[in-house]
Design a protein around this ligand. Structure first.
Ligand code: NAD
Length: 515
């Protein structure tokens, strides 16, 4: 592809792409929500938005669907998710391209996001036969005690722009096998990928009905497109017992108390301010590659992006100049071009936020490498930047907060305890890593006295999680867990059952009550 690609309009490409993906034209023509591409900065389509009343109606349909879906046996529910995985495999190239166009991810990351959707479907299909409860020893003779997991209700999903489709699938694939219906409010910045995903899911439902003779209820998977006001409808509606909300900590601060006020379950997946420690024994070549991907991948717009790097003073002068070289040479360009590693920022707000943080760094006397706008790519509304490496004297100022852009703050440390203390000295608690060949340091980092994050890695960066593990973080990251391990339990309710098969009625704790 020519290097001038970003100069050509994407509009002629988008309509055929959406048609191939099965999105009805009425959904993205003549509406009031402008869908943009950060690659060119242009408006691609005018999407229809739903009103708060529409959102309430969608919740009503999903609630009715739940009443029927909860009675479908879980392995049969898994069959629908298996078909969803198949439809995603068929649509992978097109949906991956649409992710690239709407979010600006490089092609392999756009495709990787769809692969992640397929992976969670596979995981959920297996899970549909493994929603295990326990049998529990009881102190009463002639009794049996067990726990049973039941479907919970409508699962609301609010998602962020940077993983416009994978986050829905992490929730929806699990919620579906758990017997829940789903209402999804995607980011207002990424309506097209949401419409395409919804169309794919509807195809899976149609196949499920056709091929298995089932009748998946209408309203099982609802999509509501619009601004935060329709997200607030999901937050406040008593028919939504669990809400998975992914986005900034600011969003979580607004949503969390409202969920708590009505005793709803929140799966909060909020901001991260992730760090890596490079210890004296680290394999520096490996560390260099791990740092580069984690800090610059997705143009620094992953929740798990590496934002703070603590380098031991004995290797600082060896590692940091090499990093500066990588930062200087990395290819910033149209994300569809082979060789591009850093695509555009999502919008002007992201660019302004980045420049403000760099200014704050400079005011503290930091040495700033890169960080400026790359001119000549895309139109006036496209924001390409060179990733910034910021050498700070102390762990302070903008390093203490998440700026959703490719800025890596680098700070020296002298003892592992000091490095771990800095790792933990921020509000967010999502992801973290250490590069070391020293077993004691690695184990300390992962121990109770180590990293306080939901993810703690050794000899890989903090980003690029796979779906098999539980994903999420502590503190201001919200505490939610999604995807693998036992995350499914958040989408179900647990009943403890005690069964008396004797003719007596012994009471627990030695209580007597003879009438
Ligand atoms: P954002 O907070 O601006 O928006 C996220 C979503 O929340 C959008 O759909 C938005 O419409 C909705 N929203 C915002 N305020 C709301 C409210 N008061 N009530 C209901 N809905 C509301 O986030 P963004 O800019 O789209 O995404 C970037 C942020 O998301 C970063 O902070 C990033 O770290 C975080 N993120 C976290 C994870 C994770 O798993 N922890 C994953 C991806 C992104």
């Amino acid at each position: 592809m020519p290097a001038t690609l970003a100069a050509a309009s994407l509009v002629p490409e988008v309509d055929p792409l959406l048609q191939r993906l099965g999105v009805p034209r009425a959904a993205y023509m003549g509406g009031t929500l402008a869908a943009r591409s950060p690659i060119t900065g242009e408006v691609l389509a005018q999407v229809q938005q739903q009103s708060p009343a529409d959102a309430t109606a969608a919740i009503g349909r999903a609630h009715a669907a739940f009443q029927a879906w909860r009675n479908v046996p879980a392995p049969r529910r898994g069959e629908l998710v298996r078909l969803l995985g198949e439809e995603l495999r068929t649509a992978k190239a097109d949906l991956g391209l649409l992710v690239t166009i709407e979010v600006g991810k490089i092609s392999s990351e756009g495709l990787g996001e769809v692969q992640e959707m397929i992976d969670i479907c596979d995981f959920a299909v297996g899970l549909s036969r493994q929603l295990y409860g326990l049998t529990i020893a009881t102190e009463r003779p002639g009794h049996r005690m067990m726990e049973t997991w039941h479907p919970l209700g409508v699962c609301g999903v609010i998602s962020a722009f940077n993983f416009p489709v994978a986050v829905w699938s992490w929730n929806a694939a699990l919620a579906l096998v758990c017997g829940d219906s789903v209402v999804w409010k995607p980011s207002e910045k990424t309506p097209l990928t949401a419409l395409a995903t919804h169309a794919i899911a509807q195809r899976a439902i149609a196949r499920f009905n056709r091929e298995t003779g089932s009748d998946a209820p209408e309203g099982l998977l609802e999509l509501i497109v619009g601004q935060r006001d329709i997200g607030e409808v999901l937050v406040d509606d008593a028919r939504v017992p669990v809400l998975s909300a992914t986005g900034s900590t600011t969003m979580g601060r607004a949503v969390g108390p409202r969920l708590a006020a009505r005793f709803a379950r929140g799966i909060l997946e909020l901001g991260g301010n992730n760090a890596a420690i490079v210890a004296p024994s680290a394999d520096l070549n490996l560390a260099l590659r791990g740092i580069a991907f984690a800090a610059m991948g997705t143009a620094g717009q992953r929740c798990t992006t590496l934002r703070r790097l603590f380098v031991h003073e004995s290797i600082y002068d060896q590692l940091v100049p090499q990093l500066v070289k990588v930062y200087t040479n990395v290819q910033v360009d149209d994300p569809r071009i082979a060789g591009t590693l850093v695509g555009p920022l999502i919008d002007r707000m992201a660019f302004d936020g980045m420049q403000k943080a760099l200014e704050q760094g400079r005011a503290l006397g930091a040495t700033v490498h890169g960080g400026g706008r790359v001119e000549g790519l895309g139109g006036a509304g496209a924001y390409y930047v060179r990733p910034a490496l910021v050498e700070l004297q102390k762990h302070e100022g903008p390093a203490l907060h998440e700026t959703f852009a490719p800025i890596l703050y680098v700070v020296r440390y002298s003892s592992i305890d000091e490095a771990i203390a800095m790792n933990n000295a921020v509000g967010a608690g999502l992801s973290s890593s250490i590069f070391t060949l020293n077993m004691r340091e690695a184990e300390l980092f992962m121990s109770a006295a180590g990293s306080d994050c939901g993810i703690a890695n050794v000899n890989i960066g903090p980003s690029g999680a796979e779906i098999g593990g539980a994903f999420g973080g502590e503190k201001e990251t919200g505490g939610g867990r999604e995807a693998g391990s036992d995350s499914w339990k958040a989408y179900m309710r647990r009943a403890t059952n005690t069964i008396n098969y004797s003719t007596a009625l012994p009471l627990a704790q030695g209580v007597t009550f003879d009438v």
